[in-house]
Structure formats: C-alpha cells, structure tokens
Design a protein around this ligand. Sequence first.
Ligand code: ADP
Ligand code: ZN
Ligand code: ZN
Length: 736
Amino acid sequence: MSAAARSAMTIARVALPVAVYTLFDYWVPAGLEVSRGQMVRVHLGRRALVGVVVGIGASTDVAGNKLQPVGEVVVGMPPLPPDVLAMADFVSRYYQEPLGLVLAQMLPPLAGNVARAPMAVAAVALSADGRELLPPRVVRAPKARALFEWLNAADDATLGAEAIAALAPRERALLRAWLGHGWVVPAPAPAAPALPLPALNADQQAAADAIVAALATFAPFLLQGVTGSGKTEVYLAAAAAAIAAGGQALLLVPEINLTPQLAQRIAAALPGRRTVMLHSRLAGGERARAWVAAAAGDADLVLGTRLAVFTPLPRLALIVVDEEQDSSFKQQDGVRYHGRDVAIWRAQQCGVPIVLGSATPSLETLAQAQRGRYGWRKLPHRAIEPARLPALRFEPNRDAGAVEGLGLPLLAAIEARLARGEQSLIFINRRGFSPSLLCAACGWQAGCPRCSARLVVHRNDRELRCHHCGHAERLPRACPECGNVDLMPLGHGTQRLEGALAARFPDARIVRIDRDSTQRKGAFTAMRDSVHAGEVDILVGTQMLAKGHDFPRLTLVGVLGADNALYSADFRATERLAALLFQVAGRAGRALLPGEVIVQTDFPAHPLYRALAGHDYESFAATLLAERRLTGLPPFGHLALLAAEARDRRDVDAFLTAARDAADVVVRAANLTVDIYPPVPAGLARRAGMERGQVLAQSAERGPLQRFLPAWREALLRLPGRRVRWVLDVDPAGFA
Ligand code: ADP
Ligand code: ZN
Ligand code: ZN
C-alpha cells in the first residue's frame, strides 16, 4: 500500500468481545459509512466477530500488511448513542473488564438473519393496498395464503407482538417483505382490556408527586414500602407522568418478578403506550426487536432484568429498580456488574430521577437514605384495607411429635387452613439445608467427588446430585464404606416434605415449587395460576416462592431451616435471610383474610426474629449496620475480591501469595489507603474439581480502591500462573 493511499485512509477503532484490554484497528473500505457506536463485522485472525466502533481516526500503529478491513456494518442495528458508549466505558473501568466484553453484554444477540433485520414493530395490520392486492397474489403460495388469512381473520386485521414472535422464520420473512411493499403496516398495539386502576392513597400520591416533581433532574429516591403497600402503583404513576411529558421509562425487576401479572398492570396503567420486555430468556430475535424499538424511541417503557439497564433510550426520563436489594441484580459471572448501581450512575449522567423500591432495602441504599443523599418515601401500610400484617409465632425445631421437621403447632395450623379452605405455604430456606445421605453406622456422608460439598438426595429420581457442579450418581443401596444398608437421609428437602405432607393430609392438593419442579418452561407460571385458581391447598417451596406473588387465599406461612443462615461465614447471609423472611412473611394474608406466620427456630431471641415479629425491618437493619460499621464492611467500606482456582491447591496458593505481594507493592508505591488481606480458601474450597481461594482488598473510601484496582490488575496479568484462572469481583455480592 502506498504512503498516499494510507494517508487518505479512514481507521475504525473497534472494541471486540475478547478478553484483552486493547482495541483493534481496521481500515474502512471506500463507500462504507462507519461512525462511532456502530456495530461492525470484522475478522480477528480467522474468527468472525461483531464489534463496536468506539473511535474513528486517520492513522494507526498497525503495520499496513497486517491491517484488515471492516467487513460490513450490522444491518438494522442503530449505532450506540454517546451516553451508552459512556456507560460502557464507566462499567469497563469500574469493574475492571475489557471494553469489548462490556459492550458485548449490552447488545442483544446478533447472530443469524433475524437480528440482521429486526422487525421493530409491535403489531402489524393489513393495509388497504394489502387487502386489495394480496388475495390474487397469494392464491398459489400456501404459506403466504395462510399468513394473509390469519391477518384477515385477526381482530382489526392486526397481528400482535406475541403472534409475530410465534411466526416461523419463513412467515416472518414474508411479513417483512409485505412491510416493504406497504401491504401490511405497523399498527398500534391492541388496547389492553381496561383493568380498574386503584386511586392512589395519600402515601402513594405523596411519593408519586415527589418523583414527578423531580423529573428532568438527577434525584434518587428510596421508596420503602411494606409488602403489599402498592409500590408498583407508584412506579406506574410516575412512569405515566414521565411518558406523558415525552419521556421513556426504564423499569428494572429481579429475574423472578417478570410476571404476566406485572405486564397486565403496566398495560392497564399506560393505555396506548408501548412496552417492551428485555431479559435473557427471550429468543434472540425478539430481544433484538425490543432493543431496537427502545433505541429508536418507539417504546415508551422498557421492562427488564439487569441487562436492560444498558438499553439505549434516547428520551430516558425515569428509572425504577424494583426490589432493589435483590441479589439477581449483581451478575455473578462474565462482567460482574451490579444492575442497580449502574442504573444509579446512568440516572446521574442523564439527569433523571431513579426510584429504588423495596420492603427490605439493602444496607447500602438504607445508609444513603439515612445520610440524606436519597429522597426517602415510605408506604407503611398495606394498600388493601383491611389487610393487616400477619401475626408471628416462633416454635421450636426440636419437637417430639415432628414429622419430617414439621412440628406439631405447624401441622395443626395447616390442618386448620385445610378445614377452612385456605392455603398454606411451607417455605424451606434451602441454603445449607438440603437433604444429604448419612451412614449412622460409620459416619460416612455422601460427598461430591469434585467439590467440597455434600450431595443432595433427589428421591424421586433415585439420585444423589451436587448443587454446585451438577455431578449426579445413583442413590446407593448400602454404605460404600461399611456396607450398612440402613442409610438415612439427613435434613428436609422439598421432596421429602411434600411426601410427608401427602401422607399426613391425604386429601390435600399439594404443589412443590423449587428449581427441579420448575425446570420445564412455563411450569412455574402454570403452578402459580393453579394456586390462584384455588386448585392448591399446600405449597411447598424454596426461595422461588418468596416474592412477587399475590395469593389472596394464602393465610399461613411456615418457615423451616432459617437458623442455618444466621451464623454463616458470608457477611451478607443474614441480610439476605432477613430480606427473604420479611418477604415470605408478607405472603400471608395479603387480601381480606388475616394471616399467620410460624417460624421454626431454636433461637427465637435472635435480633432478626424479634424484628420480624415486630414487622420492623429497620431496627434489624440498624443492628446490621452497626456491625458493618465496626468491621468496615459495606456500606462503610468498599471491597474487591480476587478469586482464583486451579486443579492443584499449590498453584492457587502460589498465585494468591504473589497477587498479595503485588498488591502490597501497588499500595505502597501510590500510598493508598487500601488493606490487603492474606489469601484464604473460598467458602466452597473445591468446586468441580478446582481448588479455590481468594484475596480481599478493602478500603474505607471508593476512590483509593478504584485507583488501586487498575494497577493491581496490570500486575496480576503479568504474574506467572498459567494453570490458574482468576477473576476480580468489584463490590462482590458476598464471599464465595
Ligand atoms: P408491593 O409491590 O408494594 O408489595 P403491590 O404494588 O403489588 O405492592 O400492591 C399490592 C396490592 O394492592 C395489589 O393487588 C394492588 O393492585 C393493590 N393496590 C395498590 N395500590 C392500591 C390502592 N391505592 N388502592 C387499592 N388497591 C391498591
Ligand atoms: Zn457406613
Ligand atoms: Zn460437585
């Protein structure tokens, strides 16, 4: 290539989804329009990748003969706007992850043809031309004819988003072609059946007014409302105002809360507005379409899980994070960002209000509210009168008459509900409370061969399974150590409880809701619907049952195994248990029937249980905050965790020791107030055959830690240790 040709060349700097901290230069062929933020297809070596252009220049350090061209611009995807690129840059720097990986997280999957030409319409209808011209043309093509007839038969000749999503690829291609011809046209989404909207009560109105008054400025709010207090109506009232003023609203919810119920309430509260959903379980094409609709400003409200925080929203006016304390907002692999924290950053950058809603706010959020940095609005009463908070009782775990851990008081309470035709929920705190297999003769316990964990008995499948690595083996008939055939399962799993309840209450209709019973797609929804329809008397379940569901005939909640989390090594375990128990307790007596909660515990005087009995989350949070202040843990300190694993324990130890030394060097050189702790084995010291360990960095202020991390990361990349895999987790959710 001649010098003249090179000097006239346009260079695109591209962030690629690879685990290196550099950008890649490509030359832009003549005639290709490439701008910042655009998604482009390029080759890295022989690999074909989609990257994002983060800069345009006229020169490069890459040798001319090595320089490759940009392949093409991804069709149908608008370039990422500057504010989203800035968010990517922030996430990359804050969480110490390569920009290309961060950007890859933000984009919907771009594989295949669907994403190449996303259909950015919620609904389509036959146009007048279509009605006239299509019938003669489709006579010979059966596919086309079927599609036409479908459109023609549909109400108002309109196909909704769900119907479009359900089309076969061939039909969708046809539809796209017809859109091109103008035979079908984008249609307004069909109006939702009007649900009666409750008038806001005084507390709700005051909260909504405060948020609306803050529109167009950065204003964080903590909306602390007891379960059933009607937080959702406040979100929706604020969103309606934001949208009426020409804005878009972003509503982030935990994985588990993406319910059709919520979608219905949104549709009722925002008639004529367009809502799109964004979460990881959507098919790629669907997600791409929703994303494009949001980015183009066609969607008024985006409802999604943590990944939706990255959606381009040209008219963003309000962000809401529901159940802001939920741990699913923190991604646990790949780019370990916290959706809530990124949302706060984004609200600040865009100058819009953000509402963090919870019955049991995270200690981080609570502390900010107490310091006066967040507007603090409370909804202390349930929305539906005369619903009252449930009464709490504590009963001992050890009970001579207990059946599979269900004590006599709990059994009697269930029986009373059955007699009255009301529903009961038995909640098992699964963390550290799964049935394992023990030999009473020699003390042998069924352990995972690849992890430092016990195997869990899955009686229905006659298997032992590891919940950490997925290892499974047949339930042994006899002890492998001593041959004893009388092996006893220890602890109470959901399956055993279900069995025991069925034996005790043979006429009761019992449903188990846990990870196993809800693996099939739609299974969870089907179960929830049958609970609603009153086809279930007793629900047995785990964490999945705790939140976001409103069962009017549910009047009893029994809690088993909560004690296990009280004395955990993980500093967040008690906080999580507290949130969970307040949520579970909130399930009882939501509507007109009074509720009761029975907690089986050996420590009824524990501050958590006392707070629970008084329905006083804040007093318990105050206890926890005092502890955290003493130990310098969040929110009174900031953490980063280096987690490493290798086949051989010696490799892990050597790497972590070197990592710690490297950290000390960085801290001393820059004179930073960051404490580095000695290497320790992880809580689960071995997983899937890998030995695991960690080093903790802690600082009272965020600034020094953020200055420390890039330098430490650089040093870590230079350490020998090819047999070691490691990650840096900034603001870890807990100690693994
Ligand atoms: P939260 O999210 O705070 O737990 P929800 O928003 O789910 O509470 O509301 C609980 C129930 O109260 C819902 O059935 C909702 O329709 C109802 N509700 C909310 N606000 C009102 C109101 N102002 N008047 C009557 N019912 C209401
Ligand atoms: Zn034995
Ligand atoms: Zn295992």
